[in-house]
Design a protein around this ligand. Structure first.
Ligand SMILES: Cc1cc2nc3c(=O)[nH]c(=O)nc-3n(C[C@H](O)[C@H](O)[C@H](O)COP(=O)(O)OP(=O)(O)OC[C@H]3O[C@@H](n4cnc5c(N)ncnc54)[C@H](O)[C@@H]3O)c2cc1C
Length: 373
């Protein structure tokens, strides 16, 4: 039984049916309608730490292998990520990242100031340079989640529109009173996980996005300021960073913001303004574009910025696939691979230890009311 049909639960369903297991997916809303519908859909290899790099690289490789099968509405485009260095200090980080990725088998290209402006003429003058990670891509994540789920259904999985009220020792109890037992139950409920498992230290991290009308050719790569590393991976309560993306439709998707300790999903005009101003500092021409929609979503953030993947140390039938923060679209494929290998008893493609829930749940019988921060 898989609880949650976001991109993570759906990818797990596809991988587990592929491993010949019998799968039932429980979703209280719509498939891919949670954080998955809010995300940017950037498939990106990230180097914050070794386990993050290992999981994002594995995941990007798995996406690459799926490309020939992906339907058109997934809008997969290998745009590449262009990390932008505003000054010499950030350009030093470009050289460091280039060497780091090269040592781990990922090809990147250093662009000096001139090459950066040829690649993206809309960027303001005077930027120091950039790093092009050519294999990174862009997808439309809600359709990717739906596609994974359809793959699972084609392999025999069933989908139930049902709300889980409680995880029991051998399964789940639903809002309509029914109970389902299963050999394994996987919690893929995203930021909702804390409702059931407050002992797992996931905090919702709100994000805003804005999308423009159609301007084909306005931007060519996913553009991210290197300062993003400071804002996304710091732990400050509120930050914005220049992060824009060309959509297959010709639209420009503008991000992004990060806020802890906010529970309301409504648009916060103040932070949206900060975010858009930041984008204009890098790409002044954005000011002439028309934004047609803005929205927010919640990332499931963990204190060590790694997802929670694996069995509960006190109950080997209960598994987690959650806590993916701002990388769950990317790492859905790698997560599904780890979950399927673990449940089928196969060796994992990469070491599974860094993501295990046990790092937060040392005592097998930790009481449910025990919070960790
Ligand atoms: C603004 C923003 C930008 C982002 N950009 C990117 C990006 O560019 N690249 C990237 O890789 N990631 C990105 N992310 C992160 C990514 O969107 C998430 O990590 C990912 O979607 C998480 O997927 P999930 O399946 O774990 O969660 P969700 O999509 O939230 O799915 C969880 C599902 O569980 C269901 N559920 C919850 N509780 C219950 C219950 N009790 N019973 C039944 N069903 C239940 C929900 O209805 C939901 O459908 C971004 C996130 C945000 C907010």
């Amino acid at each position: 039984v898989i609880v949650g049909a976001g991109i993570v639960g759906a990818a797990c369903a596809a991988a587990l049916t592929g491993a010949k297991l019998t799968v039932t997916v429980l979703e209280s809303g719509t498939v891919g309608g949670g954080a998955t519908a809010a995300g940017m859909g950037h498939i990106v290899v990230m180097d914050d730490n070794e386990p993050e790099f290992a999981l994002t690289k594995l995941s990007r490789d798995l996406w690459d292998a799926l490309v020939p099968s992906l339907p058109g509405n997934v809008e997969y485009e290998r745009r590449g990520t262009l990390w932008i260095a505003a000054d010499e200090e950030e350009f030093a980080a470009v050289r460091f990242k280039h060497a780091y990725y090269a040592a781990r088998g990922v090809r990147t290209e250093i662009l000096d100031s001139g090459a950066l402006h040829s690649a993206e003429p809309g960027l303001r003058a005077g930027l120091a340079g950039g790093l092009l990670v050519g294999g990174d891509a862009v997808i439309y994540s809600p359709c990717a989640a739906l596609w994974f789920l359809r793959q699972a259904q084609a392999g025999g999985a069933s989908l139930l529109n049902a709300e889980v009220l409680e995880f029991t020792a051998d399964g789940v109890r639903l809002a309509d009173g029914a109970s389902i037992s299963a050999g394994h139950v996987i919690c893929a409920a995203g930021a909702e996980t804390v409702r059931f498992f407050p002992e797992i230290p996931i905090r919702p991290r709100k994000g805003h996005l804005a999308i423009t009308s159609r301007y084909p050719g306005f931007v060519h790569h996913q553009l991210v300021e290197l300062g993003y590393l400071k804002s996304a991976h710091g732990v400050s309560n509120e930050s914005v960073a220049f992060n824009i993306q060309p959509r297959a439709t010709g639209q420009v998707l503008i991000g992004s913001s990060r806020q802890f300790d906010v529970t309301s999903p409504s648009i916060d005009a103040r932070i949206l303004r900060r975010m858009l101003r930041r984008s204009l500092e890098y790409m002044p021409g954005l000011a002439s574009l028309s934004v047609i929609r803005t929205w927010t979503g919640f990332r499931a953030a963990t204190p060590d910025k790694l997802p929670v993947i694996g069995p509960h140390p006190g109950n080997p039938r209960l598994w987690f696939a959650t806590g993916h923060e701002g990388l769950g679209i990317t790492t859905s494929t790698g997560t599904a691979r780890l979950v399927a290998a673990g449940i089928a008893g196969h060796a994992p493609a990469i070491p599974a230890e860094p993501y295990l829930p046990a790092r937060f749940l040392e005592k097998p019988h930790a009481p449910a009311h025990h919070h960790q921060d």
